[in-house]
Write a protein that binds this ligand. Structure first.
Ligand SMILES: Cc1cc2ncn([C@H]3O[C@H](COP(=O)(O)O)[C@@H](O)[C@H]3O)c2cc1C
Ligand SMILES: O=C(O)c1cccnc1
Length: 341
């Protein structure tokens, strides 16, 4: 991405205009085989629909999950100066080291289900602008960070889980949602890692002030991302769009990852058709956000961690959906009598 051309968002907008369509032939092939598998029709419920979704967006029958990848993007946020986070900013970098050492929650889930893990560290030593009084990023930087996020699928993957690490980023997610969907700041903020009482009031106040400060410049969703977002959110948006172009279905993690996805959805609702919401976070506004995105979460386990942990867990379901579809016998091959005998 060239930082000097003046219109660096243009490449991204072109990729949005040029998105691959769903492969309905592959989807129909899944439905046809599914009808012959040794089970009553529909008995595997949503697992059957997951197999259809995989084939539709991988563009192939049979759908397969052989190289699932979890991408975790880490960024730091100037807005922590407003006293909106329960933990110190240094935790972002420390958790990146923990991911690399294999000690974080997401590492264990990746180990359980044999998922690859890629960690992207985004200029942690230079937090983005404090959104209550400045834009988070310049346009060139925001566009370059989206382009960097596209690397998530560069090494090859057949399922991508999107996650993040960034102290303060539930405030950023709330500001994006407030800008995109209106309502009150209070409706979009929640405890994050554990702020309550005065801290929660400060958080809502920061979100309200940020949206007021940038008011009048928030019609374009990419401006919402640049002004109110953060590097890991820009990178997640880039990764989701790159995955679409590479025929890689995507699992979106919690509230923060969904807020990054909401930027794409606001630009073009079809841009998330290759994505499923992995889970519903315990962060209270996540359910409301998922409604705006038209997504029904796969899991609802009361988790509120981030790191891609919910997406990684849901990857196990998606793997199982592919294995069920591909591995089950048909009535003919197993010699099992169908309804008509
Ligand atoms: C030890 C630790 C590990 C984490 N892993 C993910 N997050 C999560 O919490 C942060 C967002 O919450 P807030 O907006 O309240 O700061 C993000 O870094 C997110 O990924 C963590 C947070 C902590 C403290
Ligand atoms: O749902 C999330 O993404 C989330 C919730 C709390 C803290 N960090 C992330």
């Amino acid at each position: 991405m060239n930082a000097t051309t003046g219109l660096p968002f243009d490449d991204f907008r072109r990729l949005l205009e040029d998105m691959p369509a769903p492969d309905e032939e592959a989807a129909a092939a899944v439905r046809a085989r599914d009808g012959r598998l040794t089970k009553p029709p529909g008995a595997l419920g949503r697992m059957e629909e997951i197999a259809v979704w995989l084939a539709r967006w991988q563009g192939r029958h049979a759908p397969r999950v052989e190289r699932p990848v979890v991408a975790v993007f880490a960024g730091n946020h100037g807005v922590v100066n407003q006293g909106v986070a329960a933990y110190p900013q240094a935790v972002t970098q420390q958790m990146v080291a923990n991911f690399q050492a294999g000690g974080a929650a997401v590492n264990q889930i990746c180990k359980s289900f044999d998922l690859g893990l890629k960690v992207f560290e985004l200029a942690l030593e230079t937090p983005t602008g404090d959104i209550t009084e400045a834009a988070a990023m310049e346009e060139a930087e925001c566009a370059a960070t989206m382009a960097y996020g596209m690397e998530a699928v560069a090494g090859g993957a057949d399922l991508l889980c999107i996650g993040e690490m960034g102290i303060g980023n539930t405030t950023i997610a709330a500001a994006i949602c407030h800008a995109l969907y209106g309502g009150t700041a209070e409706e979009w903020v929640g405890p994050g890692t554990g702020v309550d009482g005065e801290g929660l009031k400060r958080k809502a106040d920061a979100v309200r002030r940020a949206v007021a400060f940038h008011g009048g410049h928030l019609k374009d969703p990419l401006e919402v991302l640049r002004r109110l977002g953060g590097r890991e959110l820009a990178a997640m948006a880039g990764a989701i769009l790159a995955a679409r172009h590479s025929k890689v279905p995507v699992l979106i993690d919690g509230y923060v990852a969904s807020a990054a996805a909401a930027i794409l959805h606001a630009l073009d609702p079809r841009s998330l058709d290759h994505c499923l919401a992995a889970h519903c976070s315990a962060e209270p506004a996540h359910r409301r956000l998922l409604k705006h995105l038209g997504q029904e979460p796969l899991l609802d386990l009361g988790m509120r961690l981030g790191e891609g942990s919910g997406a990684a867990l849901a990857a196990a379901l998606v793997k199982a959906a592919a294995d069920l579809h591909n591995g089950m016998a048909t009535f003919e091959s197993a010699g099992v009598s169908d309804k008509e005998g």
